[in-house]
Design a protein around this ligand. Structure first.
Ligand code: NAD
Length: 244
């Protein structure tokens, strides 16, 4: 893999972690752009930048990605919470072409592998209705949303393989045919997700447990390495992992 020249857009918790992991993998941070340090934009075009990595805020992510794409620089964005503008960005790239982009709500390789295992397990369980399906997610006490976005994705992807099930619901409100999702908040837990299949005689549980946030940063750098090699593509994280 050739050493990349990366533009880092957003120099907060994720930006700093991405910088460390990118350097460890032999890449160079050619430009750093942050809220109070916008001059870097003038160098995104001229500094031989191969790829940009954007982890900022929902209100600015669309504009940042458009600036990269219009400069011919492919961009990896992990900023969450801008679903509507993201649709507009996908539309723009499909219509106008230019540099590509990769967005994922969760760049952790482990979570993306877990999602694949979840889809395969769900397909296997289609013919075993005696197993009741349930999901549990545990996170730190500061997390505001429940269920977590990852738990909802797990439920929706599982339902895609199980036309016999009707949907998901928060635990306590679930009725037969709905997958209950339980949310637990304790301490500083970075994130645990469990999908359980329970019959009268046994149970099968699949669990992903994050130990620290570095997993997201490593996944984003791996996505940037892919985008530098496929600068016009618009892959999902699953596409990138499948190509490794
Ligand atoms: P943070 O608040 O620590 O950092 C955000 C940074 O963006 C700050 O340094 C801020 O100054 C900067 N910023 C604000 N406006 C800017 C602008 N116009 N241009 C450039 N920089 C600007 O947040 P964080 O923990 O680093 O998370 C950033 C985003 O990434 C959040 O949306 C978070 O939900 C998301 N996130 C995604 C994943 C994933 O795997 N996809 C993982 C963790 C976090």
């Amino acid at each position: 893999m050739k050493a990349l020249r990366i533009a880092l857009i957003g120099y907060g918790r994720m930006g700093k972690m991405i910088e460390r992991i990118a350097l460890e993998r032999g890449h160079t941070i050619a430009v750093v752009i942050d809220e109070g340090a916008q001059d870097g934009w003038t160098r995104v075009n001229g500094a031989g930048v191969d790829v940009a990595i954007e982890f900022t805020r929902p209100s600015v992510a669309f504009g940042n990605c458009v600036r990269c794409i219009d400069s011919g620089v492919p961009v990896v964005s992990g900023t969450t919470g801008w679903a509507e503008e993201l649709k507009a960005l996908r539309y723009k790239v499909a219509k106008e072409g230019g540099a590509g982009f990769c967005w994922a709500s969760n760049f952790s390789i482990g979570v993306n592998l877990f999602m694949e295992i979840n889809r395969k397990a769900a397909a296997l369980m289609r013919k075993q209705p005696q197993y009741l399906t349930s999901i549990t997610e545990t996170h730190h006490i500061h997390k505001l949303d429940a269920p977590s976005g990852t738990a909802i994705t797990l439920a929706e992807e599982l339902l895609g393989e199980r036309p016999d099930l009707e949907g998901w619901a928060v635990e306590g409100e679930a009725t037969p045919g709905l997958i209950p999702i339980a949310s637990i908040r304790e301490g500083e837990v970075p994130g645990i997700h469990t999908v359980a299949y329970t019959s009268e005689v046994d149970s099968i549980t699949l669990t992903h447990q994050a130990f620290k946030r570095e997993g997201f940063a490593l996944g984003a750098v791996i996505a940037a390495e892919y985008m530098a090699q496929h600068p016009q593509s618009t892959p999902t994280m699953a596409d990138i992992l499948a190509s490794l």
